[in-house]
Structure formats: C-alpha cells, structure tokens
Design a protein around this ligand. Structure first.
Ligand SMILES: C[S@@+](CC[C@H](N)C(=O)[O-])C[C@H]1O[C@@H](n2cnc3c(N)ncnc32)[C@H](O)[C@@H]1O
Length: 274
C-alpha cells in the first residue's frame, strides 16, 4: 500500500483536530450527572498513517491521533471507501474493542449506521471529522449532524475543487454534472447566488465572487439553514504557493466549544498560510 503524501496544510489540520479532540474528550469524560458517552467519528478516515511531503517521515493520520487521545473516547467509528485503507484501519483497530471500521460511502453509512449511535436522548455526544479530498460529501450529513444537536463537526470545505471544476468565470459554462456535485454538497442551488455577483456590474453580467465570499455564504448556511448555533470563522489552508486548498470549518451547538476552537484556529492561522 502506498501511503498518501500530505502537504503542510494537512499537517496543520491534523494538529488542530487533535488538539480540539483532546480538549473535547477531557471535558466530556469529566462530565457528571448526567455522565455522557462520547463518540469519535472519522468519516473520510484515510489509512491512519501518511508521509509528510516536507520531511518524508511517517505521520499519524486523524484516526490514529484520535485513538491516542487520553482520556479516550468511549467509542470510535472510522469510515473509508478504499479497501486497502480499510485493511490498514482494521489492523490498527484490532487491539481495541470499541473501534468500529466501516467500508463504503460515508454519506450513507453515517446516516444509517453511525449517527444513530450518537443520539442526544441516549446521553451520547459525538465529534465528527468530515474531511473529503473534494466535493464528496452530501449536505444531508451536515444537516443531520446539526439537527441531532449532539454532534459537532470539523469540515473540510473544498474550495479548490469548487474553483477548478465547478465555478467557471462564466456561469453559463458550468458543466451540469459538476453543478450536481456542487448542489449535493451545498444542499440546494443557492451556491449560484453565492458564487456570482450581478449587482456591481453596469451591464448586469455575472461576476465570479471570491473564496472568502463562498466560505462566508456557507458559514451562514451552516448556521441559518442547518441550525448549528456556533460556526466560528473558518481557517484557510493554503499550499506552498499561497493558494487556498480548503477551509477548515467547525460547527457546534455549544459556545464553549466554539471558544476553544477559535483560540486553536488563531494559534494556527499563520501556520496555515505557509
Ligand atoms: C483527505 S483523505 C482523509 C485524511 C484523514 N482525515 C487524515 O487527516 O488523516 C480522504 C479519504 O476519504 C476517502 N473517501 C473519499 N470519498 C469517500 C466516501 N464517499 N466515503 C468514504 N471515504 C471516502 C478516501 O479514500 C481518502 O482516504
């Protein structure tokens, strides 16, 4: 199996998620009356191990980072649709009774099998990492996480995939199949209004908006349409050329969670720019 080589921005993401997951597990483990059962969910889990592009060293991926957190989560769900990666996840999980590995499309698996393990009324709570390479995540997943009130998410908002494949300068040239991918992620067609501005232009010709405008429009959707109460400003993850590859979002129902993540984002904001 060839491990994925990951750039600096992915290492920053791993550090951010690990740091918050450790705080989350510490807080949830200490909670009494009622005590809570907290679950870690990694929907696009990867192989559990990567190679750093900058050093050539092996570095733990998000599932392994989560497994090493102390105090531990009560239960872990790791999902990937690549069978070679799943084999490695299974090897990693073999010594644990409470780690469940799922092979297949996480969009279905989350809604049918995993989110039902994190019901608010069962005194369960979950931290869910949604980290696709591109537009491979469906809005229903984010919406359901918000509606359940028990699930917090980190979300990779794949702006580079959007820019390269969907959001052509001329909206008339958007490929219909790419538009469908965008709509599946965004939840409806309102991405068109977010992506193209017709107001400032004398001739009424649509003009493509910028990355910040797209990220802000999606932040408002997570709050107002999905119903997450707290969605801090996301952190842009930039490649070595300074281009934003994706935005890392966090969304929660808890003000304290958002405060912790804001502080972590601020700490890493400059590193994400390298
Ligand atoms: C960016 S990598 C994940 C990296 C991992 N979160 C980490 O930080 O260590 C994305 C992974 O998602 C998997 N994947 C892509 N589409 C998927 C889908 N629909 N369902 C489940 N896994 C998927 C790929 O096989 C790949 O391993």
């Amino acid at each position: 199996m060839k491990f994925d080589e990951i750039g600096n921005w992915s290492e920053v993401k791993l550090d951010i998620v690990r740091e918050y997951a450790a705080a989350y597990s510490r807080i949830l483990s200490a909670q009494e009356s009622p005590s809570l059962y907290h679950v870690y969910i990694d929907a696009f889990a990867g192989a559990g191990m990567h190679i750093s592009k900058s050093t050539g060293d092996f570095i733990p991926g998000s599932p392994l980072n989560a497994l090493l957190i102390k105090p531990p989560f009560k239960e872990y769900h790791l999902i990937d649709f690549d069978s070679e990666k799943v084999d490695l996840l299974l090897e990693m999980a073999a010594e644990y009774q409470n780690v469940f590995v799922h092979e297949g499309d996480c969009n279905g698996i989350l809604l049918e099998k995993v989110f039902p393990k994190a019901k608010y009324s069962d005194y369960r709570r979950a931290l869910c990492l949604l980290d696709p390479y591109g537009l491979h995540l469906n809005w229903e997943v984010m919406l359901t996480a918000a509606e359940m009130k028990s699930i917090e998410i980190f979300l990779n908002f794949p702006i580079m995939d959007m820019n390269m494949n969907v959001l052509k300068k001329d909206p008339g040239k958007v490929d219909p199949l790419q538009a469908l991918r965008m709509t599946a992620f965004w939840g409806d067609e309102s991405w068109r209004q977010a992506a193209y501005d017709v107001t400032g232009n004398l001739f009424g010709m649509p003009e493509k908006t910028n990355n910040e405008a797209m990220a802000e429009a999606f932040r408002q959707r997570l709050r107002k349409v999905a119903g997450f109460k707290y969605v801090p400003e996301p952190i842009p993850m930039r490649n070595n050329k300074g281009a934003t590859v994706y935005y890392l979002f966090f969304a929660s129902q808890k003000p304290v969670a958002a405060d912790i993540v804001r502080a972590i984002f601020d700490k890493y904001r400059d590193k994400g720019k390298k």
